[in-house]
Structures are given as structure tokens and as C-alpha cells.
Design a protein around this ligand. Structure first.
Ligand SMILES: [Mn+2]
Length: 236
């Protein structure tokens, strides 16, 4: 049997780029090159940002152009899932400043569909982008597996319980039974600031946490023998 291709993925989320509530002169994109440097350090094949990469859409175009330049110069695949802070509204950060035109950047739901395929890695990454600010089910209707390695990305709030049909309001909830229905090798979650696994371990599902708070990114290794290792790398 031919060995599986070995793939390394760096998973981060909730960078909240562009935020500046302190009125300081702190670089509002500073965490982007730090995450990319951590990815270079572990020789990641793909970087996945699982939502809320930008804090809000009220960003000057110069900042977005600079973010696009940083991503272009990184020059390796980056997959971005729009979250509840940076959804694909008409005024989205992803529709201005050229972010969707960077050749190595895939924005789920915008310049690719719900999924992006990396044939040489035998890998598919899928995720349902937030398209506006209303509620949605980030992990409902899982995409069937077509590749050796499959990674599902979702931005929402995990609840370790079954769906309550009487509960009408939600906030992008991901329910236990939705997680258990996933056949992916790894579920990359975003929305929480802390880094933690969720579920019962049957499915490898992890929040990476915000690098601002954790100082780390998640490092996922799909190994030749078919196993999956999940670790962390410190930001420089
Ligand atoms: Mn969020």
C-alpha cells in the first residue's frame, strides 16, 4: 500500500486584525506575520484561519492592502474562513484591498466555494463561511469525504449537548451530534479565545484560541501511517 502523503497544517483563529481599542500606535496587523512565521518554523503545508481574522469591516483600504501584501509574500497556501466578525457582507474586508486576488489565499465562500482541494497533498479543506451577521449552523450538513485527508473548519460556539428543538435563539452553535457526524481527520474551530479540544475525542476537534491570548498556534500533522497528531507551536 502506498504511504499517505504527510501533511502539516497550522490552525489559528480570532486574530481580530485591525482592532485598536487602545488608540495606541501598536501595529494592528502584528499577529498576522507572527502566525505566518510560526507556520514557516514548522514547515506547514497550509495555514488555516478559522474565522474572525479581522475584527470588523471598518478597516482602511491601506491596511487591507498591507495584509494582502503580507499574505502574498508568505507565498504558501493560506485558507481563510470568514467568521461572525468578518462575514462576506457587501462591505466585507475580503471584497476590498485585493485580499481575494492573492494567488496563495483561498477565502472560503468567496474566491473558492465551500471547499478547497490540494491534490498533491490528497487534502480537502471545507467550511461554511459566515455570509452575514445572522445565526447559522457552522457544522451542519457535512461535506462527504473525497480525499485521503479531510479537514473541516467551523466558526461557532460548541455546546456539548444535543440540539434543543425548543430553543429558538442561537449564536452559531455547534452541537455534539453535529461534531460526531463529521468524518474529517481534524475539525478546526474558531470563536473562542482559549485553546482547547472539545467533544469526546472520537473526532479530533480543537479550538486554536486567539494567538493574542494563547501565544500559540495549533500544529496538526497528518502522518504517513494514517495517524493524526495535534500539538502547538509558540509564536515568535
Ligand atoms: Mn467569533
Amino acid at each position: 500500500m502506498a504511504p499517505h502523503p504527510e501533511v502539516t497544517i497550522v490552525h489559528s483563529s480570532d486574530l481580530h486584525l485591525g482592532t485598536d481599542d487602545s488608540f495606541s500606535d501598536r501595529d494592528r496587523l502584528a499577529n498576522l506575520p507572527r502566525v505566518l512565521a510560526a507556520a514557516s518554523e514548522v514547515d506547514a503545508n497550509v495555514v488555516l484561519l478559522a474565522g474572525d481574522s479581522f475584527d470588523n469591516h471598518r478597516q482602511p483600504v491601506e491596511l487591507l492592502e498591507r495584509a494582502a501584501r503580507i499574505l502574498r509574500e508568505y507565498n504558501k497556501p493560506v485558507v481563510i474562513l470568514p467568521g461572525n466578525h468578518d462575514p462576506l457582507t457587501p462591505d466585507s474586508v475580503y471584497r476590498r484591498g485585493g485580499l481575494a486576488d492573492v494567488a496563495n489565499v483561498s477565502i472560503l465562500g468567496l474566491n473558492v466555494g465551500d471547499a478547497v482541494l490540494f491534490p498533491e497533498l490528497e487534502l480537502e479543506i471545507w467550511g461554511r463561511a459566515h455570509v452575514d451577521y445572522s445565526d447559522m449552523s457552522p457544522l451542519a450538513n457535512p461535506r462527504p469525504r473525497t480525499t485521503r485527508w479531510q479537514l473541516a473548519a467551523a466558526h461557532g460556539h460548541y455546546v456539548d449537548e444535543e440540539r434543543d428543538p425548543n430553543r429558538m435563539i442561537g449564536s452559531w452553535l455547534i452541537h455534539r451530534e453535529e461534531l460526531l457526524a463529521i468524518d474529517a481527520d481534524y475539525v478546526a474551530l474558531g470563536h473562542w479565545n482559549q485553546s482547547t479540544p472539545v467533544g469526546n475525542g472520537e473526532v479530533a476537534a480543537h479550538y486554536s484560541g486567539s494567538p493574542e491570548y494563547t501565544g500559540t498556534v495549533n500544529v496538526i500533522r497528518f502522518k504517513k501511517d494514517g495517524s493524526v497528531e495535534v500539538g502547538k507551536a509558540k509564536l515568535p
